[in-house]
Design a protein around this ligand. Structure first.
Ligand code: DO4
Ligand code: MG
Length: 271
């Protein structure tokens, strides 16, 4: 089942498999439900009416987007390369039991498919990070996923690991979408992820990986996020990047970042 959020004159409306859900049903409603009831209630609630209207980011104001880092070897190596003074930190977190987890963005500041992402004006080295983004309910169960872009400023992050929040969290730094595909954690272990960056109509970078390359498990990441923190409306968790463009590459205004996970594509232009 596939959930989308649409702009309508009366405000945002959610849909399941293209059929509108009753007004007032939001992701917060759905993520308060146990996973065992979700699909049957969605089938019951889906009205006959076809959803229309522009797609919005598939979350509401109550969800936060969190991130996990250094979960793929490629990310560990990229972090070590960009950080002259603290490369050991990234080796240690890659090897440790406890994952790196960080706050990425609040729901209302998160953009969706087709909306612009941004690079900071005070940076010189920026990349999109293509990541499978878990959708987790209030009971800490993984109920589905969407595509995530964890826009990152590599020069800020590389200067000092304590600058991570500034490298990761600013207007236009988080994109998710286009919709949420319901799935269990076991369905996510071997999904293809690809990134294309288009500049002036030509490919500026292309790369691919698979969630099978990840060092950690999705349930482990979700468990750490929710171990000592309640999320009554659920949460989204980006699970780290396994694709990093070469060090000489930096995003420019007008570039298009296109991320595909198992056929689901999130596309955003850099403002
Ligand atoms: O440690 C910095 C963040 C790493 C990250 O976002 C990633 O690996 O995807
Ligand atoms: Mg990342």
């Amino acid at each position: 089942m596939y959930l989308t959020r649409h702009s309508t004159p009366a405000g945002p409306r959610w849909a399941a498999d293209g059929k509108l859900l009753p007004a007032g049903v939001t992701l917060s409603t759905l993520l308060a439900l146990p996973q065992s009831q979700l699909t049957s209630l969605l089938t019951e609630w889906a009205t006959g009416e076809e959803a229309s209207g522009d797609l919005l980011a598939p979350l509401d104001d109550h969800q936060e987007v969190w991130g996990s880092g250094v979960t793929y070897l490629r990310s560990r190596d990229a972090r070590k390369a960009e950080s002259e003074t603290a490369a050991d930190v990234y080796q240690q977190v890659y090897d440790a039991d406890r994952p790196e987890i960080f706050f990425k963005q609040i729901g209302w500041r998160t953009v969706g498919h087709g909306q612009p992402v941004r690079i900071r004006a005070d940076t010189t080295w920026n990349v999109p990070e293509p990541e499978l983004c878990l959708v987790i309910n209030a009971a800490a169960q993984i109920v589905g996923y969407t595509v995530g872009n964890d826009m990152s400023s590599r020069d800020i992050e590389g200067e000092n690991p304590l600058y991570l929040p500034q490298a990761k969290t600013y207007d236009g730094s988080a994109a998710v979408g286009p919709g949420i595909r319901l799935a269990a954690a076991d369905d996510l272990t071997d999904l293809d992820i690809s990134l294309e960056i288009e500049r002036d109509g030509a490919a500026a970078f292309a790369g691919e990986t698979s969630t099978g390359q990840m060092k950690r498990t999705f349930p482990d990441l979700a468990e750490y996020l929710m171990r000592e923190m309640t999320f009554p409306y659920g949460a989204l968790l980006m699970t780290g990047t396994g694709i990093v463009p070469p060090d000489e590459f930096s995003l420019q205004s007008g570039d298009i970042a296109r991320i595909t996970i198992d056929g689901l594509t999130l596309e955003n232009t850099v403002a």
